[in-house]
Design a protein around this ligand. Structure first.
Ligand code: ZN
Length: 259
């Protein structure tokens, strides 16, 4: 069995193929999906879909790259939203230092408020950290955040990996490691302990090597697992089992209230 620890299956692009995709995923043993919210306006649709698909879990939050329309009032509502069915985390939250990202002062304010919500609810977080690992770590320390989570699409150094792992996080490993040119990521992944990473696709984004320009789906997870197995010289069944265990450890509410 495989779990996709980060996929945006609520996005409209999946509307006309979601049911068929879920069937195909089941045929390929991809049987669990963590779907993190992006904007406030996405929360209600995600809640409906999590009720419809028992193999989905949700994280609610305000994504740092899409804060343009956000208001602090929405964070007041985040706690209530996290009482909804299937919630395992707050996310995706974090800091995005891409050149055209939202003003950093605003991002920092939203990030720290959402970390407070996660702390109050004793929930882990799904972290989005683009070119911002050290700043995100500084914020986690300042917030004295204790509930861990996943660093989504990790592509930092071995030192940055160690800091997050020591702070209770696992690293999200996705399609970038299928590219032969990702040598640094391969070296970091090869040196990780078995306990310290999970698999993700970031669907519909981040296509695998050889699939550029195509819609990415959780069906890529077995291919990512195969790449991980090759890079680490382990067998793929072990990677599948260990990464599922890791995910369930980091998101302890995963199996609560399952039908
Ligand atoms: Zn995402």
């Amino acid at each position: 069995m495989y779990i996709d620890s980060h996929c945006h299956l609520d996005f409209d692009v999946f509307d006309d193929q979601r049911d068929a995709l879920m069937l195909r995923c089941a045929e390929h043993d991809v049987s669990g999906f963590l779907v993190p919210a992006t904007t406030y306006s996405s929360w209600s649709k995600l809640a409906l879909l999590v009720n419809k698909y028992p193999q989905w879990r949700a994280a609610y939050g305000l994504h740092p790259y899409f804060l343009a329309g956000a208001t602090m009032d929405q964070i007041e509502l985040l706690g209530d939203q996290c009482e909804a069915q299937g919630v395992v985390a707050v996310g995706e939250i974090g800091l995005d230092c891409w050149p055209n990202a939202v003003d950093m002062t605003l991002q920092l304010a939203y990030f720290s408020r959402q970390l407070s919500v996660a702390s109050a609810l004793q929930l882990p977080v799904v972290l989005h950290a683009r070119k911002s690992y050290d700043l995100v770590m500084k914020c986690l320390k300042e917030a004295k955040f204790k509930h861990g989570g996943v660093v989504h699409a990790f592509n930092g150094s071995a030192e940055q990996a160690k800091r997050f792992i020591d702070f209770g996080f696992v690293l999200g490993i996705g399609g970038t490691i299928t590219y032969p040119r990702a040598q640094k990521a391969h070296r970091v992944l090869a040196a990780l302990n078995d306990l310290d990473f999970v698999l993700e696709t970031d669907s519909p984004d981040m296509p695998l090597n050889g699939y550029q320009g195509r819609l990415n789906t959780p069906l890529s997870i077995p291919l990512i697992a195969q790449s991980v197995a090759t890079i680490r010289s382990e067998n793929v069944e072990r990677i599948a089992a260990q990464t599922c265990d890791n995910l369930l450890r980091v998101f302890p509410k995963w199996n609560e209230g399952v039908l």
